[in-house]
Design a protein around this ligand. Structure first.
Ligand SMILES: [Zn+2]
Length: 222
């Protein structure tokens, strides 16, 4: 059984790989920053992960999960996303407040419990934040979403929120901008670093910051 530390490193490397360029190496500095550890600590861990046969690590260049590491990362991600779904759908907790608990529970619940949770939820494909849940075979659906910050003005559906901060999620809830919402990106003001959105039921445009719009994954309304 890998330790929760190992699992957290694999998850962090996976998410940085996802956000970086395809097939590229993730710099160790980024891993350290994501996990709030020193670069020295992260480097020591990279050597251990490589010894365990989970990553390809090139000193001073970066790290990448190998197939074994990726499968393990998907296992943890599946647990995390199923737990979040369970906490919201069955335990009726707010979507803004389940991430921290899922961070703990993902490492400790048994496979037997996970199977039961999956059954009780009727095998969900997405978590409350709209993120796809990896299958038990480790496969992860590519959802074809784009980052709102990179999109031209137009009509979009919010598919997924790639941010776990409760305050940010509560702010989105207050705007009723949640996965499934259709909205209009009216204007991008790159100088000011803001985007203007037309939301359902609101006559006035609302402004969101460019960094916030990087957490919103959308598809174009056809
Ligand atoms: Zn989460």
């Amino acid at each position: 059984m890998p330790s929760s530390t190992v699992e957290n490193y694999l998850k962090a490397i996976w998410s940085l790989q996802e956000q970086g360029e395809k097939g590229g190496l993730v710099p160790i500095g980024q891993v350290a920053e994501k996990l709030s550890v020193t670069p020295g600590t992260a480097t020591t861990m990279m050597n251990q992960l490589e010894k365990k046969g989970l990553v390809d690590y090139t000193p001073r260049r970066g790290v990448r999960l190998n197939e074994t590491g990726r499968k393990l990362a998907m296992k943890v991600l599946r647990r995390h996303r199923l737990v979040e779904t369970f906490l919201v759908k069955i335990m009726k907790l707010d979507w803004a407040e389940v991430h921290e608990d899922a961070e703990v529970l993902e490492h400790v619940i048994s496979d037997r419990l996970l199977v039961r949770m999956d059954e009780m939820l009727h095998h969900p494909t997405h978590d409350p934040h709209g993120s796809p849940i990896p299958g038990s075979d480790g496969r992860l659906e590519q959802d074809g979403t784009a980052v709102l910050a990179d999109c031209p003005p137009g009509r979009y559906t919010l598919k997924r929120v790639r941010e776990d901060q409760p305050t940010f999620l509560q702010w989105l809830s207050g705007l009723e901008l949640v996965p499934g919402t259709h909205f209009t990106l009216s204007e991008k003001n790159l100088e000011a670093g803001t985007l203007s959105l037309g939301l359902p039921g609101r006559s006035e445009l609302i402004q969101i910051s460019l960094p916030a719009s990087r957490s919103l994954l959308v598809v174009k309304v056809s």
